[in-house]
Unconditional design. Structure first.
Length: 296
């Protein structure tokens, strides 16, 4: 792959930003330390060209007002990356924040990246290539917790199933086929699976998922055709599972896949959403069922 980021030998002159193939959509809140690490991972990507859309809901100073974050944003800019900084308050929940970011994006491919995920160099290129070749609605790299690298869980990894042939639409619901795959993304299971598969440098394989949190790349047309995250106004601000709900909708129409090896690393910081009384998919799909019954 041709390196698209400007090397340090060319940081001083002004250069035009290349047209972005991917919009990286990054929501953040009260995590300047984690955000700096996440941005450093993006600065190490060699391609494709991307635009960063960073939306902050922090109390007090925005993340980019902290020195380490500001420094990495300067690195991204001199490398040739376009950076949009948005302040988005009040907080109306995770789904609304993701829809806000989607509304401010324009590329054909959009990567939703959480503010506590570091990406290995080459990860962005691998996801882009996978999405293009597979032609499905989304692909993703589930973040791995490397503190669990010595904790092998065969009862979790037994649900691993590579895609054989094209990625096809699936219907996932609790207590139905496919939902039992969710433990795959716990701990460091993907590290152990990659080792067992003896994946070589540059090799990747798609596999079946229940959903992917933290690092998911969508085809814009697929995501928007199912309504994106516009169901946010059906939810209370304190919710989780918004990514699950939208991915199930995309999967039913276009299919979706995880990618091994995963170059995404979870920073294992405490959550910024400690109270999660409502699962978004419970509300979204109960409402959908109620609408179908009313239409009969």
């Amino acid at each position: 792959m041709i390196t698209i980021r400007q090397s340090s030998a060319r940081w001083a002159p002004a250069h035009n930003h290349p047209k972005a193939d991917v919009d990286v959509l990054l929501p953040t809140c009260n995590r300047p330390g984690e955000l700096a690490v996440t941005l450093a991972g993006l600065a190490a990507q060699d391609g494709p060209a991307f635009r960063l859309v960073l939306s902050d809901q922090s109390e007090g100073l925005a993340g980019w007002e902290h020195g380490p974050v500001a420094a990495i944003l300067r690195v991204l800019r001199v490398q040739g990356t376009s950076v949009d900084l948005l302040r988005h308050l009040p907080r109306r929940g995770l789904a609304e924040h993701r829809q806000f970011l989607l509304d401010h994006s324009s590329a054909d491919q959009v990567l939703f990246l959480d503010d506590d995920v570091w990406l290995e160099p080459g990860s962005l290129a691998r996801m882009t290539k996978a999405l293009e070749q597979l032609g499905c609605g989304f692909v993703g790299m589930a973040p791995q917790g490397l503190s669990y690298v010595d904790d092998r869980r065969p009862s979790d990894t037994c649900h691993f199933e590579p895609w054989q042939g094209p990625v096809t639409p699936e219907r996932i619901r609790p207590n139905q086929a496919g939902f039992e795959r969710w433990p795959l993304h716990s701990a460091a299971n993907l590290v152990h699976l990659s080792e067992e598969l003896q994946l070589q440098e540059g090799q990747w394989i798609p596999y079946k998922v229940a959903w992917i949190g933290g690092c998911t790349m969508y085809r814009r047309t697929a995501l928007e055709s199912v309504g994106g995250f516009k169901f946010w106004n059906e939810l209370p601000p304190e919710h989780s599972g918004e990514d699950v709900a939208v991915q199930w909708r995309v999967m039913e129409c276009y299919g979706g896949a995880g990618i091994l090896p995963s170059g995404a690393v979870h920073l294992e910081s405490p959550t910024t959403i400690p109270n999660r009384p409502v699962e978004a998919f419970d509300v979204v799909f109960k409402e959908a069922q109620a609408n179908r019954l009313r239409s009969k």
